[in-house]
Design a protein around this ligand. Sequence first.
Ligand SMILES: Nc1nc(=O)c2c([nH]1)NC[C@@H]1CN(c3ccc(C(=O)N[C@@H](CCC(=O)O)C(=O)O)cc3)CN21
Ligand SMILES: O=c1ccn([C@H]2C[C@H](O)[C@@H](COP(=O)(O)O)O2)c(=O)[nH]1
Length: 283
Amino acid sequence: MRQYLDLCQRIVDEGVWVTNERTGKRCLTVINADLDYRVDLNQLPLVTTRKSYWKAAIAELLGYLRGYSSAADFRALGAPTWDANANENQAWLNNPHRRGTDDMGRVYGVQGRAWAKPDGGTVDQLRKVVDNLSKGLDDRGEIISFYNPGEFDYGCLRPCMHTHNFSLLGDTLYLTSYQRSCDVPLGLNFNQVQVFTLLALMAQITGHKPGIAYHKIVNAHIYEDQLQLMRDVQLKREPFASPQLRINPDIKSLEDLETWVTLDDFAVEGYQCHPPIQYPFSV
Ligand SMILES: Nc1nc(=O)c2c([nH]1)NC[C@@H]1CN(c3ccc(C(=O)N[C@@H](CCC(=O)O)C(=O)O)cc3)CN21
Ligand SMILES: O=c1ccn([C@H]2C[C@H](O)[C@@H](COP(=O)(O)O)O2)c(=O)[nH]1
């Protein structure tokens, strides 16, 4: 939590105003932030200085792992977070590749599970990484990349967290995740939980101990309409201790994640937080 608040404070103190063409808003921006999460100690980096909707964050992650491309599927899992990008963004609504209501196109999990090959086939990047790690193998390329510039036109948004790189050292699994663009008040609140949970889940299904998750962010910003709430409300609050994440130990494979797992298989213990803050969302 300290790392999160330090980054927020750094943006407030040192951020530079940048006008963003896509949203038409100005963002207070810093470049480069390195966060790390102690998955080995089960210190869940959940924001405590406002109420955090961690279930929606895990639902989003599950949807990515399943390769979902419809905001309706995300909603059904418990994450309404893609509704706006799928249905309210004019550029995407005008895009001839959009296949009707709720379609997100070839984003995130679609690339992770079905990256298109020139011969018409697909690559399941996640399956390969799970299979290798389960055999105790790290070929120094255990990478899942969602970043496919050849298909940006086929999706509603370019991936923000775009690469997850796993590493095995002995029986301990590490994760380094890369994010190109980060809405610190809203997105990062979710992304921290997702990076943590991704390492915890992958360690569990491949039979390893989780180590540390490293989260590397390039452009970290606060939108102009979020600044006052961050500076004058959230940053005035004292954080509470980190809670712990409990994952159903019966989750043992990628198939389990793809078929029966729901949000009931996750619990957060010891979460003490300040009251909610509703930050504006930019489409
Ligand atoms: N501008 C922007 N920021 C983002 O963080 C973001 C996008 N766009 N587009 C794609 C996804 C969607 N994500 C989202 C979308 C909405 C919330 C959100 O509204 N969160 C609220 C309430 C969540 C709930 O009730 O479940 C929050 O207070 O955290 C968070 C992340 C993260 N991403
Ligand atoms: O997981 C996510 C997804 C999105 N975001 C934020 C970062 C930006 O504010 C927008 C995306 O806009 P771009 O113009 O494509 O950069 O969404 C996030 O923080 N986390």
